[in-house]
Design a protein around this ligand. Structure first.
Ligand code: ZN
Ligand code: ZN
Length: 538
């Protein structure tokens, strides 16, 4: 017979829900046995002068440990792999949720990333184009959207031709809609032959052919010698045939004997690549380092087939209010909002429900970006050209959209690069994370953002012994007992005991909280300080 386990009543369960992350004995990097309670389900700012260990606490400890525990839950395979990676040095951390970090320097996105793909605005826009766009029949007649164009196949009302309804992926440059000439990158890379041998007075032995000068590519020189190119005369004296081998010679296998720098000669089998092919080879690799080494030899040109729009010609024939997807993607996000808002007015009444739904979805993705002051960006802006601050804010809006709950989000200076007029937008975005039932810990210098946090953990100045002394602050140094949020048992004060090398971070009630004023720096001694009122319903 199945019986419910006694004692595990609803009431018992809710009263036992933890409300703080208890970190004890944190010694990561320059932190010295820090004890700190981080309130859960709140926005907590970690402040302090540089070198005080803000990142060590937030990123190096809370995030690193939270992420590892999360991954450990996934599989033994992950666990085995992760046990080798760095875990923070701590006595213990209790009640730590699975953690995600929004890095201060998100990685530079790949060639197929744009503001449109990173923000996911393009996903919705492709759907809008598919469902509400005017598509062209095989005989060139524009077919305006109607209820009868919503199926898999469209029949042209003029000539009766049937054609496949272009789906959203037909407008995706990282999928079916990609320009075949540039694979959806909008660019063609060409090796600029003039840059390969800038000094023709040098011989190949002396390094005249620049792409053959680094690492294993040095061997191509010797292979070229085997193929009949003179290596010890100034490059300008080479014959047309020799130059042709250097720049355009076909790949070839050659045995090369090396004497340079070795007492005995070594014979190697070398697969010869001419100077142009050597650059193309390095440029085509996924490795960003090897690509950056040859960047100076490349001429980047806009793809002549798609004119940089990344889309195949068919995808550019469909229009919405007279514009194709490339033209819409060239609008700024501010302009795009106006454009999208006009869409329901342009569609026939019987498609109003579809139009309103799609437009609402689009604005839901678009508005947070505008709130964070990104309205000047265009959807077709390449991700690789964005500043780190722009990338971080794009990442932040994606995170909010994900609608997760129960996570710990660690934000590394979310205000970097933010215009003061968008501080409010950032605050409400961060608050949305907490309102969804997540915990937020952010490293921040911007006083308006710090003051928007529910709590502040301040770490003491200096990277030395007292770096993480959370009770070192001039105001709080004499407080005998740290306050605790109402309704919670007081935690024994951890710091400032004679002969005890541990120092505690703690929470102080609002009345005692010396608010930082705008412009005031957050470089007082370390402590955890309560900000503002309790979240309603918490
Ligand atoms: Zn037709
Ligand atoms: Zn192209």
């Amino acid at each position: 017979m199945v019986r419910s386990t006694p004692g595990l009543t609803e009431g018992a369960r809710t009263t036992r829900l933890p409300d703080v992350i208890e970190a004890r004995g944190v010694r990561h990097n320059n932190l010295r046995d820090l004890d700190v309670d981080i309130p859960l389900w709140r926005v907590v700012a970690v402040a302090g002068v540089s070198g005080s260990g803000k990142s060590s606490l937030a990123i190096g400890t809370l995030y690193a440990e939270g992420m590892q525990r999360f991954l450990e839950g996934l599989s033994t395979y992950s666990r085995r792999r992760l046990s080798q990676s760095q875990r923070p040095d701590v006595d213990r951390i209790d009640h730590l949720p699975a953690a995600l970090a929004l890095r201060q320097r998100p990685p530079v996105p790949g060639l197929r990333s744009t503001v449109g793909t990173m923000s996911e605005v393009l996903n919705v826009l492709r759907l809008i184009m598919s469902r509400l766009g005017t598509h062209i029949c095989p005989n060139g007649h524009p077919v305006t959207p109607s209820v009868s164009t919503q199926g898999m196949e469209i029949t042209c009302p003029v000539c009766g031709a049937h054609f496949t309804h272009p789906g959203a992926e037909s407008f995706a440059f990282n999928s079916y809609g990609a320009c075949p000439a540039c694979n959806g990158t909008g660019q063609r890379f060409e090796v600029d032959v003039d840059t390969l041998v800038p000094d023709e007075d040098k011989s190949i032995d002396d390094g005249a052919v620049l792409p053959w000068n680094s690492g294993g590519r040095r061997l191509y020189r010797y292979a070229a010698g085997q193929l009949g190119v003179r290596l010890d005369v100034p490059f300008r004296e080479l014959t047309a045939e020799e130059r042709d081998i250097v720049f355009h010679g076909p790949p070839a296998e050659r045995e090369v004997t090396l004497r340079e720098g070795t007492p005995r000669s070594v014979t190697l089998n070398v697969h010869y690549l001419n100077a142009v092919a050597a650059v193309e080879d390095a440029a085509g690799r996924d490795n960003a380092v090897s690509r950056s080494r040859v960047e100076r030899f490349l001429r980047v040109q806009t793809c002549s087939v798609c004119h940089g729009t990344r889309l195949r010609p068919e995808a550019l024939r469909s229009t919405l209010d007279g514009r194709n997807l490339a033209e819409i993607s060239a609008l700024t996000l501010d302009e795009l909002r106006g454009f999208v808002e006009r869409v329901p007015g342009l569609t026939p009444k019987d498609l109003a429900r579809v139009a309103n739904g799609l437009v609402k979805e689009c604005l839901q993705v678009l508005n947070p970006l505008l709130q964070l002051g990104l309205g000047y960006l265009q959807l077709d802006r390449a991700g690789s050209t964005l500043s780190t601050g722009e990338r971080q804010r794009l990442e932040l809006t994606s995170t909010v959209r994900a609608n997760t709950t129960g996570m710990l989000y660690v934000l590394d200076e979310p205000s970097v690069g933010l215009h003061p007029s968008n501080i409010e937008g950032l605050r409400s975005t961060i608050e949305m994370l907490a309102a969804n039932g997540n915990s937020v810990v952010m490293v921040e210098h911007e006083i308006d953002i710090i003051n928007a946090a529910d709590w502040v953990v301040e770490l003491g100045p200096g990277a030395g012994r007292d770096a993480a002394g959370c009770t070192r602050g001039p105001e709080l140094g004499h407080r005998p007992v740290p306050g605790r949020p109402a309704g919670r048992p007081a935690h024994p004060p951890a710091g400032r005991r004679r002969g005890d090398r541990r120092r505690g971070g703690r929470a102080v009630q609002p009345a005692r909280c010396p608010r930082l004023l705008p412009g005031e720096r957050d470089d007082r001694g370390g402590r955890a300080v309560r900000r503002g009122q309790d979240r309603p319903g918490a």
